[in-house]
Design a protein around this ligand. Sequence first.
Ligand SMILES: NC(=O)c1ccc[n+]([C@@H]2O[C@H](COP(=O)([O-])OP(=O)(O)OC[C@H]3O[C@@H](n4cnc5c(N)ncnc54)[C@H](O)[C@@H]3O)[C@@H](O)[C@H]2O)c1
Length: 444
Amino acid sequence: MKTRYCLVGTGSRGLSMFAKDLVGEYADVAELTGLCDINPGRLRYAQEYLGQSIPTFTDFGTMLREVPCDTVIVTTPDYTHAGYIVQALEQGKDVITEKPMTTTAPMCRSILEAEARTGHNVRVTFNYRYAPYKTEVKRLLKEGVIGEIHSVEFRWYLDTVHGADYFRRWHAYKDRSGGLIVHKSTHHFDLVNWWLDSEPEEVVAMGSRQYYLGSRQPGHGQRCHTCSVQETCPFYLDLSRDEKLKRLYLENEHYDGYYRDGCVFSEVSDIEDTLSVLVRYVNGVQLTYALTAATSFEGWSVAFNGSRGRLEAFEPECFVPEFDQTRFEDRSSSQHRILADWRRSEPGHPAPVESLQIRVYPLFGGVKTWDVPHQREGHGGGDRRLKDSLFRGVSEDPLGHAAGSRAGAMSILIGVAANISMAERRFVRIQDLLAPEASESFKG
Ligand SMILES: NC(=O)c1ccc[n+]([C@@H]2O[C@H](COP(=O)([O-])OP(=O)(O)OC[C@H]3O[C@@H](n4cnc5c(N)ncnc54)[C@H](O)[C@@H]3O)[C@@H](O)[C@H]2O)c1
């Protein structure tokens, strides 16, 4: 029998990552029985996009009452996840939720408690785990190639196309996304937790807004559509020129006032673009983590130091190799923003990325390398493999790819602790965030 899915949040991710494949690629094992969103225009677009008249609802409770459903997929803005997850569990459904599982410690606890109380379960869609390159790092560490792990150095770079996008809408407000340290870094902290097979114990952090500052673009407005400095702004986004952005957002903003092209330089938004975090794990490993949201390239690098050597991995994702790509429309086009290894590129000579290397430097000399073919599909090949696991199921999971609510919680609690640490200038213990009496003191 097919598993019946309802989906709440018919925005970009909900439609392109899940709904489309549920009615296509996985239609032999899955049935999409209901769609819910607070925006009726986006629900209409969803039906058109999917080419099917799936029942639509603006009220979640009504959807659960009126259509058959085994599993709810939650793809709404981050701060709304917990309410839907708990309600779905209480109604006897399993849940698949987009990352971050939620944004605060109290909401995190409410999900863990609801899951334990109802006996139904939550899967968190940590797609990065499934990417073959990151999987190979996990396999090598688990095999013990560098012995006992002592420390991790992890850096993540977001560029002035994708990184800037987090400053345009609800992500730009801590009370809706938890800031990049929760919204984005949940992926990265989950990878480290999974690679180490451990949980965080204590966190200290620094963060600031260094690039996306109002003073950098005098005269800017609150959104691109009506802005008076469109001609000169390197971040001017014209929603009407992209068919998907136009149909999904611009044409439906009169329903709910949600505009997709908020000014990246807004003084009202309150998230950091530059973050540094130290984490001590329960197994004694120390993590040094940094995130930057305004570079000309995207990608990440990680290094593990262990009792028998050091393992290094590096993945370039995008790069704008030519100078002076200041027009957003040009810079974001696939002609200029290309897959290239920025460390070896020169203007006019982008260095291709055919395979990704893992290098191990044994403690007393030498080097060993492993090559993993580069995957061009979504999130380093992680999206497809995650969906196969979610919708077709897996009989064996030797590296523990499937992430549940505990992993969802541990990855966001590092970010929650980092937010507290930045605000109060102190170390924060993860255990304190999970204690029931912490509800009032840590709003996270
Ligand atoms: N795993 C990944 O790599 C990845 C990538 C992109 C987005 N995401 C996650 O997917 C989720 C959705 O992101 P998105 O980019 O599609 O956002 P979006 O803003 O494009 O879409 C969100 C949708 O939810 C609807 N919505 C808002 N509040 C609602 C509410 N209270 N109830 C019901 N519907 C509501 C909006 O109308 C919109 O259609 C987020 O949690 C985000 O973090 C994950």
